[in-house]
Ligand binder design. Sequence first.
Ligand SMILES: [Zn+2]
Length: 220
Amino acid sequence: LKENNVDLFAERAEFDDEHGVMAYNRTLQRPGKANQIRPMEEWIVAVGKHPGIIAGSDWGRVQAMLDVNKSKSYRRPRSNAALLSGLLRCDECGDYMRPKLTNRKNADGELIYTYMCSTKERSHGTVCSMKNCNGNTLDAKIIKEIRKLSADRETLTRLLAQTKKVISGSKEGYDAELALLREKHTETEERIKRLVESLSVASDTSAKYVMEQIDELHRE
Ligand SMILES: [Zn+2]
């Protein structure tokens, strides 16, 4: 913490590897923006009264590892403007397309972000080769379509009715199928019962035949 110029409100001896450390002013929270971690020199750190969870030495080691791997870490846009994060799927492999921020700006001065297939990213393009998609352009197009829809009451009402029909329609179909299966199940059990009863009076040859039938019904 000292190396990173963190403001320390505790003496060296208070960091006893027993009590937890509390950090204030660690994140920057703004409406409409994803939380950002502030630079460490802006943190204020004190030792709390609560027991710690992670040993300071472990934490330090992990920070060093994170620092080494910094260039590999996933970078999300610094705004929560990426509309389709968690919605957009890759047409080649079906994995999610995640927003990735670039350093470039577009004509509107917005930082350009692209949607990239997660499998492609993880496999360095060996498993999936889907092209990246310009996030700013795609999101703008989606917003335009949604605006159009909200202005067009008639289409919106029709789409909502269609969706409702699909949802309730499939439920009705499911209920009907379930009722049919239940009926058939009861019937099959009745048949098995009758066959088992007939076994007591059956000859060896017909018993074998009856048992085969029972097996088949049981599988059914
Ligand atoms: Zn893919």
